[in-house]
Design a protein around this ligand. Structure first.
Ligand SMILES: *Cc1c(COP(=O)(O)O)cnc(C)c1O
Length: 229
């Protein structure tokens, strides 16, 4: 199937309240333009430099989502245009986003990444760290960021029960924090689910799925990915 067929098929099967992020990392602009011309406007990338190059070349009504792990010193390159940052997992990173956002006279929307997988390698906050961050005085005075939701990645496994347990765990954290009313923190987005597990994620309450290979085809294993943006 073509990129257009893949995209339209996935989109038509998504519930209305679920946003599709087309994960286009490692793919050429020509592939992204096929998805754009089929109506897709939300794209996800995991490296700031690659995302910025694509942003420069592509139509300006695209919403760019940073889904990878972020190096603090590169935040400035995406601050002028990024529409949602998924992988925020420290106060230090939030401080830098707030600073760069202010410089650009913007308010940047962010998701806090929660560690739900068994693997040590997956980034994210645990529940205590999440509570500490939300309670901290320095967070409360950040006027140029807005925490609009949570993001998580399940363990890479074939065990559906385990994946389901992890998604349900994240949904329960989301539900307990949803009622928080801090000016810069109002949770409405739950970003969970990728090509292999998005249907399960939606059953568990996801409102935003990040789908790459099922739209654009597989990525070369030789291409580095999932690393530092
Ligand atoms: C690459 C990536 C995805 C998309 O993965 P697919 O399996 O290709 O759908 C989703 N989320 C994150 C954080 C990623 O890095």
């Amino acid at each position: 199937m073509s990129i257009k067929e893949n995209l339209l098929k996935i989109k038509s099967a998504l519930p209305e309240n679920v946003i599709l992020v087309a994960v286009s990392k490692t793919k050429p602009v020509t592939d992204l333009m096929v998805a754009f011309n089929a109506g897709q406007r939300v794209f996800g990338e995991n490296k700031i430099q690659e995302m910025t190059e694509k942003w420069e070349q592509m139509p300006k009504d695209i919403q760019w989502h940073m889904i990878g792990h972020i190096q603090t010193n590169k935040v400035k390159f995406m601050a002028p245009y990024v529409s949602l940052i998924h992988g925020v997992d420290s106060l230090k990173l939030l401080e830098e986003i707030n600073k760069q956002s202010l410089k650009n006279n913007r308010i940047i929307d962010c998701l806090l990444q929660i560690h739900i997988a068994e693997e040590e390698t997956k980034f994210g906050l645990n529940e205590d760290e999440l509570n500490n961050l939300l309670d901290s005085e320095s967070f409360k005075v950040m006027n140029n960021i807005r925490i609009v939701g949570l993001m998580g990645m399940a363990t890479f496994t074939d065990n559906q029960f385990q994946i389901q347990k992890e998604f349900e765990h994240l949904k329960s954290i989301f539900d307990t924090k949803k009622s928080l009313s801090i000016v810069n923190c109002q949770l409405s987005i739950l970003s969970m689910g990728m090509s292999g597990d998005y249907q399960l994620a939606i059953e568990c309450g996801s409102t935003m799925v990040r789908i790459g290979s099922s739209i654009f085809g597989g990525r070369s294993p030789l291409t580095p990915e999932g690393g530092i943006a």
